[in-house]
Ligand binder design. Structure first.
Ligand SMILES: Cc1cc2nc3c(=O)[nH]c(=O)nc-3n(C[C@H](O)[C@H](O)[C@H](O)COP(=O)(O)OP(=O)(O)OC[C@H]3O[C@@H](n4cnc5c(N)ncnc54)[C@H](O)[C@@H]3O)c2cc1C
Length: 405
C-alpha cells in the first residue's frame, strides 16, 4: 500500500499540474476578487450555474481517473480503498489550489453513493457507483413532497408493479439539481397498512425517462437551485430498486444521516474562511472597535471552532469505521446557526450598503450570504427536526408524541 507521504507528494504534483494556487485574499482588504466562497449560496444566473456544474463534472472526472475522487471507496467500484487519513490529506492539499466548486455533485457523492453502497445490490453498485463518483452521473434526491417534508413518511408518491419492474407516479418538490440530474433517489409508497414508515421503497429514477417533468423554483437569491419534479407513470426496472421492497425507510435514514453529516462537516462548512473575511470587513469599516460588534464576532469565533471540533469527531468516528450518527445533526444545526449569526453580523456592520451595490470592494457581495443562509436552516431537515434528533438520540429524552396520540 502507498504510504501517506508518497501519496501526498503524488497528489501535490497532480494538483500543481492541473490547477493554479489559491490566492489568499481573505485577510487583505481590496486585494484580488471580492468573491466569497459560499458553496452554492452565491447569486448566479442559470448560465453561470450550468457552467459551474460542467466545470465540477470535468474536474471530478480528472480526479477520478487519477485516483483522487473516491480515495476510501472499494476497489471493485472504482475506489482506492485507502484509509480516511489519505482522504483528509487530499482535501487539505486541494484547499491550497483554486479547484472548481464541486458542491453541485454533493448529493450524488454524499448521499446517493453511501445509500447505494449500503443498500444496493452488487449489480446496481457496479452499474452506477463508478459513474456517480466520476461525475458522469449527477444525482438528486426525490424525497420531499408538497405534503411531506419533516414528516417524510407521509409521502403520497406511489410505485406499483408493472411487468418485471415498477411504475412511479407522484409529485416531488425542493429537488436540488434535478435540472442537471441523471439519477434521482426516489422514495415511493409500495404497501399499505401499518405504521407510515413501513410500505415504502426506494428506487433510482432515470431523470431523462419519459414521464419525468422538471419545473424550476426560483429563490430569493435569484438562483433556481431546486425544482418541482412530476413523475407521471415513470417506468423503473426491478434492478434499480435500492434495498428491500417495503423497507425503504432504512435507506432514507442512511441518506439523511449522511446528508446532515455532510452539511455540518468541515468539508463543506466554510466557517473559518468566512469569519476571516468578516474580521477583515470589520477592521476596514471601523466596526471592529465597537464593543457590541466585538462581542458578536467573539461569539461567532467560538461557535465556528465548536463546529470544527464536532466535524473532527464525526470524521474520527468515520475513520474508526462507525457509521455517521446523530453528531451529524449537531454539526448541521450549529453550522446553519453560525451562517445566520454571520449574516446578522455583516448586516449590523454594513446596514443599507447590503441592499444596494455602491461599487465598493467587499461590501454588496455579502448580500449572497444574507439571502442564502436561511435555506441552510431548512434543507436536510429543519433546525427543529435536528433538535428533536439530538434530544432523542443523543440526550435520551422521551420520543416526541405522535400527532394522533
Ligand atoms: C435549499 C433547500 C434545498 C432542498 N433540497 C432538497 C432536495 O434536494 N431533495 C428533497 O427531497 N428535499 C429538499 N429540500 C426540502 C427539505 O428537506 C424540506 O424543506 C425540509 O425537510 C422541511 O420540510 P417542509 O418544507 O415540508 O416543512 P415542514 O415539514 O412543513 O415544516 C414547517 C415548519 O414546521 C416545523 N416542524 C415540522 N415538524 C416538526 C416537529 N416534529 N417538531 C418541531 N417542529 C416541526 C419545521 O421545523 C418548520 O419550521 C430542500 C430544502 C431547501 C430549503
Amino acid at each position: 500500500m502507498i504510504d501517506l507521504e508518497t501519496f501526498s507528494a503524488e497528489a501535490s504534483g497532480f494538483l500543481a499540474s492541473h490547477l493554479k494556487r489559491r490566492e489568499h485574499a481573505d485577510t487583505r482588504w481590496g486585494a484580488g476578487s471580492d468573491r466569497i466562497e459560499l458553496h452554492g449560496l452565491e447569486r448566479r444566473s442559470d448560465a453561470e450555474v450550468a457552467a459551474e456544474v460542467a466545470a465540477a463534472r470535468s474536474w471530478q472526472a480528472q480526479c477520478f481517473d487519477a485516483g483522487y475522487a473516491w480515495i476510501t471507496g472499494p476497489l471493485a467500484y472504482g475506489g482506492r480503498e485507502l484509509a480516511a487519513a489519505y482522504e483528509r490529506r487530499w482535501r487539505e492539499l486541494e484547499q491550497e489550489f483554486a479547484a472548481p466548486d464541486r458542491t453541485s455533485l454533493n448529493i450524488g457523492l454524499g448521499m446517493l453513493v453511501p445509500a447505494i453502497l449500503a443498500h444496493g445490490s452488487p449489480e446496481l453498485r457496479a452499474e452506477v457507483l463508478p459513474g456517480l463518483n466520476r461525475g458522469d452521473l449527477v444525482g438528486c434526491q426525490l424525497f420531499s413532497e408538497p405534503g411531506a417534508g419533516s414528516d417524510l413518511a407521509n409521502i403520497a408518491t406511489t410505485a406499483v408493479r408493472h411487468g418485471d419492474g415498477w411504475m412511479i407516479r407522484g409529485h416531488k418538490v425542493w429537488t436540488s439539481k434535478a435540472q442537471f440530474g441523471d439519477l434521482g433517489l426516489c422514495i415511493a409508497r409500495t404497501g399499505a397498512g401499518g405504521p407510515p414508515q413501513r410500505g415504502l421503497t426506494v428506487f433510482l429514477v432515470d431523470m431523462h425517462a419519459p414521464g419525468v417533468e422538471i419545473r424550476p423554483l426560483r429563490q430569493m437569491n435569484g438562483r433556481a437551485s431546486f425544482n418541482e419534479v412530476f413523475l407521471d407513470d415513470v417506468g423503473v426496472s426491478a434492478a434499480r430498486r435500492v434495498g428491500d421492497v417495503d423497507d425503504g425507510w432504512s435507506v432514507v435514514r442512511t441518506t439523511l444521516t449522511n446528508e446532515r453529516a455532510g452539511v455540518g462537516s468541515g468539508a463543506t462548512a466554510p466557517g473559518p474562511r468566512l469569519l476571516a473575511r468578516i474580521l477583515c470587513l470589520a477592521r476596514h469599516s471601523g466596526a471592529a472597535s465597537e464593543p457590541c460588534v466585538r462581542q458578536q464576532l467573539a461569539d461567532i469565533y467560538t461557535r465556528v471552532r465548536l463546529v470544527d471540533l464536532t466535524a473532527q469527531r464525526v470524521q474520527a468516528a468515520g475513520r474508526a469505521g462507525r457509521a455517521a450518527g446523530p453528531e451529524g445533526s449537531i454539526g448541521k444545526l450549529a453550522h446553519a446557526g453560525n451562517l445566520q449569526r454571520m449574516s446578522a453580523a455583516v448586516t449590523s456592520i454594513l446596514g443599507p450598503r447590503l441592499a444596494a451595490d455602491t461599487g465598493e470592494w467587499g461590501e454588496y457581495v455579502w448580500s449572497d450570504l444574507v439571502l442564502g443562509a436561511p435555506g441552510v436552516r431548512v434543507a436536510g431537515g429543519t433546525d427543529e427536526i435536528q433538535r428533536n434528533v439530538i434530544a432523542e438520540r443523543v440526550l435520551g429524552l422521551p420520543r416526541e408524541p405522535e400527532a394522533s396520540a
